[in-house]
Design a protein around this ligand. Structure first.
Ligand code: TEU
Length: 527
């Protein structure tokens, strides 16, 4: 965003703090051990006190839950596990009453294998219109014994599964970039977009404020489905030249989505775009495509001043190519929690808080993942409770993402900490989280929760955060410092020695100063 843009009316999302609710893990209202939407509604006061502008809800639509909702069997209804569609209506109304927007997850790359379309495709023959909604192909080699190409699933194993035809013999293969219960849709088939448009309008008419678009760099595939090279074969990852993702045809799809959203005032789309080339990333943010693109550069940066500087610089440079709004995030339901990523224990927590101040100083939209405000670490879970398809599909070599999805501790001294009436929560909550409950942290001025609440309030209230550019200040090795046009300076000490502060009056710090200097693993705001 150019500075001149700051004088114009900004859309609500341009500086919003989005709070990501992983519904299974937020709060359980009906005692089945799994979080649900009435649980979120009942806990909205926590989010209001924290001071968030919007909620991003991970998928709550009808699903067999092979990938916890990212396998959608009916995109226009809410799963009974989460309380059905009336519970969503209740949440939208209650959140709006508090001035909090609701954005939903949209999963356009694939459906569940239980979706009626896929069931019809299985019951039909090769070449049928039912199969043309997905990517069915004949196998390679003698009798089609081998998959059509060498693509692998992001979750491990081949990206193809062979079906049994009506005559009882093995037949065609279908593509699934994720689990075999998540068949990829054929986006060259116009029926697929028509159905997505219905879904978009369905939720927008119900008052939802926008969408987070899953795998927004997926969907479109090269017509000849060329093989990938071995370098690209890495779990939960892709590279720039990976034929499975970021195919040029995806931009037409985003233009189609944007045209629908433009019929609804203030609706926003934020895409999950795992693309690292700046120009290619920015292409998703052209004025007629996504409003916002998730940028994972801070997530990937180690706690290292140089890496963090480059991640920020790169993120700003990428969005500047389209005069678009930057986004910032340190964690989500797919990655190890940052307290653990930065080393765990008190040092990991100190660094996570320091990075929160860096993130919250930056211009643009910010995404906070539930539990981040409590300083939750990742959890080492025993094998027998793991549920992520990554664990199964990797043959037990990758533990998957369950460790960052453990339910929130709300109150009390023992699991389930007010999360549920049932002790049998869908993932076990560690007993030592008794020190991290919302109840305890709310009563403690020195808690991580109090820290986040203050940081969000300052960011919201102080004019020193204004402006869209970041000016780098000279600073000692292993530190970084920048200033915003509004007058805020932010300094991070990622080194091992105390660091001098730049000029200005201290507004807030993630740790007490030591003889006027910023200790290691800390950040400060100055005005
Ligand atoms: O994530 C996509 C995903 O798996 C990325 O984390 C992946 O590393 C990237 O695409 C590689 O380019 C989304 C959801 O966030 C995740 O929870 C789902 O499991 C997945 O899509 C499938 O819907």
């Amino acid at each position: 965003m150019t500075e001149s843009a700051t004088n114009e009316q900004q859309p609500w999302w341009s500086r919003a703090v989005f709070y990501q609710v992983y519904p299974r893990s937020f709060a359980d209202s009906d005692g089945d051990g799994v979080g649900d939407l009435d649980g979120v509604t009942a806990r909205l006061d926590h989010l209001q006190r924290l001071g968030v502008d919007a909620i991003w809800l991970n998928p709550v639509t009808v699903s067999p839950m092979a990938d916890h909702g990212y396998d959608v069997a009916d995109p226009r209804d809410v799963d009974p596990l989460f309380g059905g569609i009336d519970a969503l209506d209740r949440l939208v109304e209650a959140a709006h009453d508090l001035g909090i927007k609701i954005t939903m997850d949209l999963v356009p790359n694939h459906t569940s294998s239980a979706h009626p379309w896929f069931q019809a495709a299985l019951a039909s023959s090769p070449g049928s219109e039912q199969r043309a909604r997905y990517l069915f192909r004949d196998g390679s080699g003698q009798d089609g014994l081998h998959p059509p190409n060498n693509w692998v699933s992001v979750f491990g194993g081949p990206a193809w599964t062979r079906v049994v035809e009506a005559d009882g013999n093995p037949g065609q293969w279908y593509l699934h970039l994720f689990d075999s219960e998540q068949p990829d849709l054929n986006w060259d088939n116009p029926e697929v977009f028509d159905d997505l448009e219905k879904t978009l309008r369905f939720w927008l008419e119900r008052g939802v404020d926008g969408f987070r678009i899953d795998v927004a760099h997926g969907m479109s595939k090269p017509a000849d489905l060329p093989d990938m090279t071995s370098a690209e074969n890495k779990l939960l990852s892709d590279t720039e030249r990976d034929p499975r993702f970021n195919h040029a045809g995806v931009h037409d799809i985003h233009r189609g989505i944007r045209a629908v959203l433009d019929d609804y005032r203030d609706a926003v789309a934020v895409g999950e775009v795992w693309v690292y080339d700046n120009a290619e990333f920015a292409a998703y943010l052209r004025p007629d495509e996504l409003h916002l693109g998730f940028n994972f550069r801070l997530v990937r940066a180690a706690f290292d001043a140089g890496e963090i500087h480059d991640a920020i610089e790169n993120s700003l440079a990428a969005v500047a190519l389209q005069n678009a709004t930057p986004t910032w995030t340190l964690s989500n339901h797919d990655v190890e929690r940052e307290v653990t990523r930065y080393g765990g224990g008190p040092v990991g927590l100190a660094r996570a808080k320091a990075m929160a101040l860096v993130m919250l100083a930056l211009p643009g939209a910010v995404f906070v993942y539930n539990g981040e405000e409590l300083g939750l670490p990742n959890v080492e879970l025993p094998d027998e409770v793991l549920q992520d398809p990554v664990w199964l599909r990797s043959g037990g070599t990758e533990r998957g993402r369950d460790g960052c999805r453990v339910p929130m501790p709300w109150s009390g001294e023992a699991p389930p900490f007010g999360f549920s009436e049932s002790a049998d929560t869908w993932l076990p909550i560690p007993p030592e989280w008794s020190e991290l409950t919302v109840q305890k942290q709310s009563a403690d001025d020195g808690s991580t929760l109090a820290f986040f609440t203050t940081a969000l309030r300052l960011r919201r209230e102080r004019t020193e955060f204004d402006g869209w550019s970041v000016e780098w200040l000279d600073s000692a090795p292993d530190t970084l410092a920048f200033r915003l046009p509004g007058g805020l300076s932010c300094v991070l000490n990622a080194g091992t020695e105390p660091a001098e502060l730049p000029d200005g009056e201290l507004l807030f710090a993630s740790a007490p100063l030591v003889a006027g200097a910023l200790p290691p693993d800390a950040a400060a705001w100055l005005v």
